[in-house]
Design a protein around this ligand. Sequence first.
Ligand code: NDP
Length: 491
Amino acid sequence: MTDLERKQSRHPVPPGWDYAPAPESRDIVRLEDRYGLFVGGEFVEPRSGEWYATLSPASEEPLAEVAQAGGEDVELAVSTAREAFENGWSALPGSERAKYLFRIARILQERAREFAVLESLNGGKPIKESRDVDLPLAAAHFFYYAGWADKLEYAFPNRRPRPVGVAGQIIPWNFPLLMLAWKVAPALACGNTVVLKPAETTPLTALLFCDVLRQAELPPGVVNVVTGDGRTGAELVKADVDKIAFTGSTEVGKAIQRELAGTGKRLTLELGGKAANVVFDDCALDQAVEGIVNGIYFNQGHVCCAGSRLFVQESIADQTVAKLKRRMATLRVGDPLDKNTDVGAINSRAQLDRIRELVAAGEEEGAEIYQPPCRLPERGYWFAPTVFTNVAQSYRIAQEEIFGPVLSVLTFRTPDEAVEKANNTPYGLSAGVWTEKGSRILWMAQRLRAGVVWANTYNRFDPASPFGGYKESGFGREGGLHGLEPYLEFE
Ligand code: NDP
């Protein structure tokens, strides 16, 4: 123990010290009572005649009514997208398409605060994350792909790239606007048209995005949004689309793959993960602890690439866990719209139940649980940041994706053992390595079976960098030059 650590353990953070509330005003968001489906540049009533309420997970307060699109609605959206594809959009020069993407990016920047507040309101994530991560990255994706729209011939020389057609895009609730941007921007840059289905619990930023499309004067029908639950997603998979891009659970991803087998429709799947965050004894430990916290408690752990399995070298395990617990005690859980909040609300009742079930399984199987003392609000869906020690690799909490603020700590002695344990998972989306040796980083990165390997950092995203998985984490890449390919045919 260093002098500083000894001093810190004698003088823990005084419990009476608290932050004054710093709520972001929600006045900037003007919600409609009801939202129809966005088809052909207009909001239309659903032919299904069905509606449902979308909530704030932090208060369970209904925010608006949203249409539940049925089969006929999805068909209409797809045929509208087809018409837009054939009657102009696909033939537009890349430099013209780029102008629309640039406009969308600029408008997202201009309206960033409105979008950030709405994202936190409807999804439960802390405003400082939607403000500092989701919004800047969403705009950056549109800027980035705007740059490619007129350079496809250079991106794929001598391959004569042309658009695929109508893309059906199904996205989850953990990064609603950002996942929309990851999918819509490359599709449009390549000259495709889109029918997008947002997640049932988080449709509002996608619906506000429709307003951005009108502001940008995107030709009607190029992007259509059909809201609804899993049934709407299933209808979109069956519809006359040329490609499906899906982000969500491995279970639904497999069902979609089965459904599309033999149809000739293109498919990319970005599914779950159970990433290993590997900490060697030569790392900068305080920095690593920040990375561990960011890896698992960012966005309440609702992150497919979350560092949910922590592998610590045995010689520093006790010290790391002690530092981690101390850091966890400073995390502020509560109102997503408070600028001091670190951990917001769990996205839905169903997700909260799933987290509780897996945490109970961890305790039953014999792992040791720690949760820092924190007062959770009475209404809404909440789960305290949690860490499990004494975890065996066979435990469900070390195998299954929890998708919540729950970390499992395991140990290793040698780099070989770290690799073997880290790869002992059906998933392969991401991993983290903490060490001061560059050669060890490269050695590990070659051996870790993961689409993304972060070194001495975690959860870093950039539109220029491809993202995607192996094994049960799916296939296909989003972001970067690689992210164009699924939206193009080649001769
Ligand atoms: P889903 O895979 O069900 O949801 C992802 C998207 O697919 C949503 O838009 C969903 O609609 C839609 N969908 C659901 N069923 C079908 C279907 N049969 N055909 C086509 N689309 C469908 O994830 P859940 O929300 O149920 O979350 C369950 C678990 O999945 C989580 O606990 C987590 O482990 C994992 N997950 C992983 C994500 C990732 O980024 N890799 C993202 C979300 C979840 P609707 O929202 O209406 O159900």
